[in-house]
Design a protein around this ligand. Sequence first.
Ligand code: FES
Length: 354
Amino acid sequence: MAEKKKMTVAEILAAARAADRPESAAQPAAPKEPEPASEQPAVEATAKPVLKPKPAAGGARPGVADILAMARAKKAEGDTPAAKPAAEKPAAAVAKAAVAKPAAKPAAAAGAAKTGVQRDTASILAAARAAAKPGPVAKADAPARPAPKPREAVKSTEEKAAPPRTVATLPPKPVKPAKKGADEGEDRRGFLQIAMGSAMAMGFTALSVTGGLFTLGLARFLFPNVLAEPPSKFKVGSKDGFPAGKVETKYVAQYGVWVVNGDFQGQQQVYALKTVCTHLGCTPSWLEAEQKFKCPCHGSGFYKDGINFEGPAPRPLERYAIRVADDGQLEIDKSKTFQEELGQWADPDSYVTV
Ligand code: FES
């Protein structure tokens, strides 16, 4: 009857230690690591009858290790303290629970005792560890964080919270007073602008003129001017306009020709003499008084028919071709010449009979 009396945890521990003490030297030391804390309520533990540990084989008293093994076996079988009668729970397990949970959890034990709810060892251990030190919490167990507010919502809230902006209006700028002599400065600037514009216009004009002249020079170089010579054939009028013994000199300047109505070898002819001295090419002059052609260069003299008779001229003057054209006029062709020393004056193309 004395063993069925309710025992406190201290008494259970003391009994367990007393039972273990004589055999502690012979048995291996029990593991020191604390067993999972059991939230076995102290009141319930004390309410259960303490079971004596089963005596070991041979009648020896069980040690602490045996008691713990028995308690673990009971727990493994899934027997909850409420389902099993309290009398079957070994006192050693109760003592162990009391040792694992010393005075650190008196309140929990007291609360459990008050409520009278029996929990399993795992839940008791979890509760004890959570109360002992708050460690890192698993992600799954962590409380869900409040979802961040969307940016627009934050902005809208900030805008709402921000005070309304005030647009600063600048005062109008003061009007500057008109400076003295401003008009004079403007006049000077205008004059300078006009002068500069005129100078630029003159420069551009000069540049344009220079460019035009350069273009003309280039065109002149690319297309050289040809010598404008009178046509080789020209008409001097009817042969009746040339009386006998007359030397016409009016075509000398334009055509370089004397038209003569003279006698040559007993035949009256109209012929055209070339106004080029046969010495060095000077132009002789007809001397009406002396009835001869006189070269001013070296003094050569030629008769009316063109035969040389004085001076250095080596031969007579030359004749051009002459003929009566279809219209009755005398036509002179300077492209053909006739020389007396070569007997060419006998050619009928070198004269027109009168
Ligand atoms: Fe006529 Fe010399 S060129 S005489």
